[in-house]
Design a protein around this ligand. Structure first.
Ligand SMILES: [Ca+2]
Length: 318
């Protein structure tokens, strides 16, 4: 997912029609609002950042109109999409992604039934199985209301015995940083998984379209090969829109893994988006006035989307 998709989500296809007349093209882009929010895979990844910088001029009007959208059936510009917007931030070209929080593992839905997925996620980040068991059981104890600890978990007696004592919360996580209070979660563990976890949203299913490989492979029956096939399909063709489309991907003769139990996978995944998104930017460094291939991240902003309002829930510097 971090693979530098540079397709312009607000792409003005006329910009790449090769007529060399950018000004005319930009005017066309501003007039044709029907293109707003459409995803295209027209090979603009070869466009230079200078081209993109010019393109962003034509997008300003569209983006400033985000709050006013919704009066008709136009595609919602806040809808999570695997194609980024291209924005100019302090003269630096940035790809801005709007991603569904459902692509992350929700700490508040880790349970006895689903805990193997979380253990697998931890193990995929190099955490020993024994430590992964402690962390996962302790997360369940942290959120469950009772004071009985799981075999590898911890409740208030453990936390009260620490040099700076506190109690187990026995309630939902309000932030991912709170995870640092849970038994077994060192700063290294937290850093290794913070991009893959969330505390927002209700559902316990993973949105396949916005999951990183680490999250995909934590889903039962999804191995490295299947995860790669899903990610490759999304990168080439955009989001997976139906169970049928997923079935076609998983039935590809090119896959070495055969007889994939699609029904079981469907119990753990969804293709529906939630009301909470992460807005994040990936920007190109500029060295001596020239755009570098080196990319850097700026902020991740978690935004709750309601019909008539947007609420910022958290901001993370990357
Ligand atoms: Ca508890």
């Amino acid at each position: 997912m971090e693979g530098g998709i540079t397709t312009n989500r607000n792409d003005n296809q006329d910009d790449i029609d090769g007529d060399g007349n950018l000004d005319d093209d930009l005017v066309a882009g501003e007039e044709d609002e029907s293109k707003t929010g459409t995803s295209t895979a027209t090979g603009t990844s070869t466009a230079t950042n200078e081209d993109k910088r010019k393109d962003t001029e034509g997008q300003k009007e569209n983006l400033s109109g985000i709050e006013d959208e919704g009066e008709d059936d136009k595609e919602d510009p806040w809808a999570p999409n695997t194609d980024p917007y291209v924005l100019l931030i302090d003269d630096i070209v940035c790809d801005v992604y709007i991603e569904d929080e459902g692509g992350k593992v929700n700490l508040n839905t880790v349970s006895d039934e689903s805990k193997d997925m979380f253990i697998d996620l931890l193990i995929s980040k190099g955490i020993e199985e024994e430590d992964a068991d402690v962390i996962t059981d302790s997360i369940i104890d942290w959120t469950d209301k009772d004071d009985w600890h799981h075999i590898n978990g911890a409740e208030s007696p453990y936390y009260e015995s620490l040099p700076e004592p506190y109690e187990a919360k026995n309630a939902k996580f309000d932030s991912i940083e709170e995870l640092r209070l849970v038994k077994g979660v060192s700063s290294e563990v937290y850093e290794s998984i913070r991009l893959f976890i969330t505390v927002f949203g209700e559902g316990d299913k993973i949105n396949l379209n916005f999951a990183d490989k680490e999250v995909l492979t934590s889903i039962p029956e999804i191995n490295d090969e299947i995860a790669d096939a899903i990610l490759e399909h999304i990168e080439k063709h955009g989001q997976i829109n139906s169970e049928e489309e997923l079935k076609v991907i998983l039935s590809s003769p090119g896959l070495k893994t055969k007889d994939i139990p699609i029904k079981e996978i469907l119990e753990f995944i969804t293709l529906e988006t939630q009301d909470t998104v992460t807005v994040r930017s990936v920007c190109a460094l500029s060295v001596d006035g020239k755009d570098s291939d080196e990319k850097f991240h700026q902020y991740r902003i978690i935004v709750e989307i309601n019909d008539d309002s947007k609420r910022i829930l958290a901001v993370y510097a990357d």
